[in-house]
Design a protein around this ligand. Structure first.
Ligand code: SAM
Ligand code: SF4
Length: 345
């Protein structure tokens, strides 16, 4: 880290070895979750003996905000709070209020929706503008099996309604598609949210972490998702909202809204990746599929100056060469990558 800190680069201009800038910061505010989604925190790996981080290891809200300001100075425009389940972090609305004060930041949050009916209004009042809710099926049997804690669809739908009433819409709904598990939920999901103003995004099952038993044959390519929906609800492609947008956008030809597909397995978008991730305990990861991070908490707790923090971030980014999804093989998929719940989905 010492030599990294010394190779200072000017805030706002730093580019990695592939010419990409930092635009998007994801912050994991807790590594804990009340769900055990089979593709993310399977029970076998995240059982009673699993050691989650201790409270003293977590970044405090003040530490997170200080880092967020340093990232803002490097050109970050969007911050997503995630986890684990971010709404499990006590007083999260206090952090939202602190981050909402940073000028030029588009602040959003991804949640499983389980606590949203209770929390939507306070989050909105604290300054949150938008939200993404994950929901993998409207079929209660399928959803309960996928979250593996028997959580019902109806409660997530209540959370989505509460968020919309609180002014957090249009809401993005994330659905991870696993072949043979919830593929029959694709068209009903599209149909349910068509015309609501909310945007469903169908996500390819990814080989994140090292415990979810990922196999290529469980991935349903986005092209097939689009084919299935288009056969019943005709679609036309839309241009991206901005360069580097992860979701590929499609609109219903009858004007009843849009959907997105995220194809990080079959159509890697590494060449435009402007994302960086901050783990719950303050390690910086420059790729979702990383095996190691850079300890920014150590710098914070060693009373590093703002300049030193900014220099460290710039130096880490400037040597970044990650393009995992473009070079994925069966061997890389088996690497001991860090878990998504810890670095933030
Ligand atoms: C890790 S979660 C954290 C936030 C929150 N707990 C939630 O589920 O929305 C963030 C997103 O990552 C997605 N995700 C988790 N594991 C995945 C995997 N193996 N492949 C694709 N997406 C995954 C989830 O479905 C969710 O939409
Ligand atoms: S996807 Fe979200 S809700 Fe599901 S286990 Fe992972 S962190 Fe929890």
């Amino acid at each position: 880290m010492g030599s990294l800190v010394r190779s200072l680069s000017a805030p706002g201009t730093v580019r990695d070895t592939l010419g990409r800038q930092i635009r998007d910061l994801r912050i994991s505010v807790t590594d804990r979750c009340n769900f055990r989604c089979t593709y993310c925190m399977p029970k076998e790996a995240f059982g009673p003996d699993y050691e989650f981080l201790a409270r003293s290891q977590l970044l405090s809200f003040e530490e997170i905000t200080r880092l967020a300001r340093a990232f803002r100075n490097h050109g970050v425009e969007k911050i997503r709070l995630t986890g684990g389940e971010p709404l499990l972090r006590k007083d999260l609305e206090r952090l939202v209020a602190m981050l909402a004060e940073i000028p030029g930041i588009d602040l959003t949050l991804t949640t499983n929706g389980s606590l949203l009916a209770r929390k939507a209004a306070v989050l909105r009042a604290a300054g949150l503008k938008r939200i993404t809710v994950s929901l993998d099926s409207l079929d209660d049997r399928v959803f309960r099996a996928m979250n593996d804690v028997d959580f019902p669809v109806s409660k997530v739908l209540e959370g989505i309604d509460a968020a919309a009433s609180a002014g957090l819409g249009p809401i993005k709904i994330n659905m991870v598609v696993k072949r043979g598990v919830n593929e029959d939920s694709i068209v009903p999901m599209a149909r349910h949210f068509r015309g609501s103003g909310h945007i469903v995004r169908f996500i390819e099952f990814m080989d994140v972490g090292a415990t979810n038993g990922w196999r290529m044959d469980a991935v349903m390519p986005s092209a097939e998702v689009i084919r299935r929906i288009d056969a019943e609800l005709p679609l036309a492609p839309l241009d991206p909202n901005y360069r580097g947008e992860v979701a590929e956008r499609w609109r219903y030809r009858d004007g009843s809204g849009e959907i997105g597909v995220i194809s990080s397995v079959t159509q890697a978008f590494c060449n435009e990746c402007t994302r960086v991730r901050l783990s719950t305990d303050g390690l910086l990861y420059t790729c979702l599929f990383a095996t190691q991070g850079y300890d920014l908490r150590a710098l914070l707790r060693a009373s590093a100056s703002d300049d030193a923090l900014a220099a460290a971030i710039g130096a880490i980014w400037s040597v970044r060469a990650d393009r995992y999804s473009e070079i994925r093989t069966a061997e890389t998929a088996a690497l001991r990558k860090v878990e998504m719940s810890y670095i933030g989905g």
